[in-house]
Design a binder for this molecule. Structure first.
Ligand code: ZN
Length: 84
């Protein structure tokens, strides 16, 4: 009876914490993957302001004044930074 209580206590204190941390890691990993997927699969931002060509996300980002900017490039090599 005593041993059973101890095991139950160990489960109550140990396992849920372990599951919680695993769940947290999974959530974080999911968020990172989702971010990468969004960035990678980001459709064309629109037409190039110079020649009207379709633009694609280059994978480059930068932060200006707390805003995340994404670099887009047209086939002719013109680049522009877009705020999402
Ligand atoms: Zn262009």
């Amino acid at each position: 009876m005593t041993a059973k209580v101890d095991i139950t206590r160990a489960e109550a204190q140990g396992l849920p914490m372990k599951r919680k941390s695993i769940a947290l890691v999974s959530i974080l990993a999911g968020l990172v993957l989702a971010s990468v997927a969004v960035a990678t699969l980001e459709p064309m931002s629109g037409a190039c302001p110079i020649d009207g060509g379709g633009m694609y996300f280059t994978g480059q980002t930068k932060t200006v004044s707390g805003k995340l900017l994404y670099q887009y490039k047209c086939p002719q090599g013109h680049t522009t930074w877009v705020v999402q």
